[in-house]
Design a protein around this ligand. Structure first.
Ligand SMILES: *Cc1c(COP(=O)(O)O)cnc(C)c1O
Length: 356
């Protein structure tokens, strides 16, 4: 359900398409996550959405930033000098290995050798890719990420008094609920590491926009497992997905071989999320249009791209007319920043921010 404040703002936007971010809602959500996590440190995974206005809101609630490139590092250190940064990501360049950090998440024995060779001080978490079952995940991070037990053992011999082992880092999967994440944490915290970053990947359900990951249960579960260790998490999607909206207008309605379509200004080159995740983006149609159109029947929402892949949502039962306003929810993470903006050279959306 889109609240009246957001709906009202969406209807007043001067141009379409546009992104609308609800900053007070983000502030409230991040504060609740912070409270629920107790002594567990909270970093934000910047790759989910690096928008500076969102980061300014999050900065009041997070302990630091997880960045995965030199570009993200430059972005957050210029915005928030002095805030802790954890530097991760596969394939770090020599220049990236030289960046200042609170922690660096080392992905392989060779990367650790190259880090030692810089001659700089470094505080390392080894990124482990453990052989743990992760059922029901949207995306598991097996494959090239991090290292197995052999790789980690090889690393142990490479540390020096300048390059220090601080603990473990893992990011096992995305789309896990609190119970699954606590189970994985229990298996990981078996070892004798004093510091563990448990990653992100908290579930976000696009099919049920009003449900939320159970932060209270996760916080309590980790508190029970902590036993004097320093724990950290680094969610992305579950922090910012809910505060973003993509607002546009219906430019055409039509029926082709029985199927009703609403063609919208813009497209998935602005909001790639439904295509990459293979879901229907949650949508609300506001009757601001005129004329005739499908009434209470399954409608497929498409954009202006000349490709059959440009689909936001399929067979949503609704009434829709040319000129109606269409609001997509859950467009605050892995949305604009993962999209192929320049494809077809349509105008870019405007960005608007609801303030408190
Ligand atoms: C992407 C990523 C995250 C954030 O994942 P979400 O699913 O957005 O919570 C955290 N840590 C690492 C290492 C990542 O690659």
């Amino acid at each position: 359900m889109i609240g009246p404040r957001v709906l009202d703002a969406a209807l007043r936007l001067p141009t379409a398409p546009a992104y609308l971010y609800d900053l007070p809602a983000l502030d409230e959500h991040a504060a609740a996550v912070r409270r629920a996590m107790g002594a567990t440190e909270l970093y934000y995974a910047v790759k989910a959405n690096p928008d500076a206005e969102l980061l300014r809101v999050l900065a009041a609630h997070v302990d630091g930033w997880e960045v995965s490139s030199g570009g993200e590092h430059a972005h957050v250190t210029s915005l928030f000098p002095g805030m802790p940064v954890a530097l991760g990501g596969p394939g770090k360049t020599d220049a990236e290995l030289r960046l200042p950090h609170h922690r660096i998440h080392v992905e392989s024995p060779n990367e650790l050798r190259r880090l030692v060779a810089t001659g700089l001080r470094a505080d390392v978490l080894l990124r482990l890719n453990p052989d743990l079952p992760v059922e029901g995940a949207a995306l598991t991070m097996s494959g090239p990420f991090g290292m197995d037990e052999d790789g980690a053992a090889e690393c142990l011999a490479l540390f020096t008094d300048r390059v220090r082992l601080r603990g473990l880092h893992t990011h096992l999967a995305s789309g896990l609920d609190a119970g699954q994440l606590i189970g994985l944490a229990g298996a990981l915290l078996d070892g004798d590491y004093e510091e563990v970053n448990l990653g992100g990947g908290m579930a976000v359900s696009y099919a049920a926009p009003d449900t939320r990951f159970d932060w209270e249960a996760y916080g309590a579960g980790l508190a029970a497992l902590r036993g004097g260790r320093r724990l950290r998490i680094e969610p992305g999607r579950a922090l910012t997905a809910y505060c973003g909206y993509y607002v546009t207008k219906v430019v055409d309605v039509k029926r082709v071989r029985g199927q009703a379509y609403a063609v919208l200004l813009g497209g998935t080159h602005h909001l790639r999320t439904p295509v990459t995740k293979g879901h229907d983006q949650p949508v609300t149609v506001v009757p601001t249009g005129l004329g005739r159109g499908p009434a209470d029947e399954p409608v497929t929402f498409v954009g202006q791209l000349c490709t059959p892949k440009d689909v936001f949502a399929r067979n949503i039962v609704t009434t829709v007319r040319v000129g109606d306003t269409v609001v997509f929810e859950m467009a605050g993470a892995y949305a604009w920043n993962i999209s192929h903006h320049d494809f077809l050279m349509h105008p870019k959306p405007a960005f608007h921010y609801l303030a408190g």
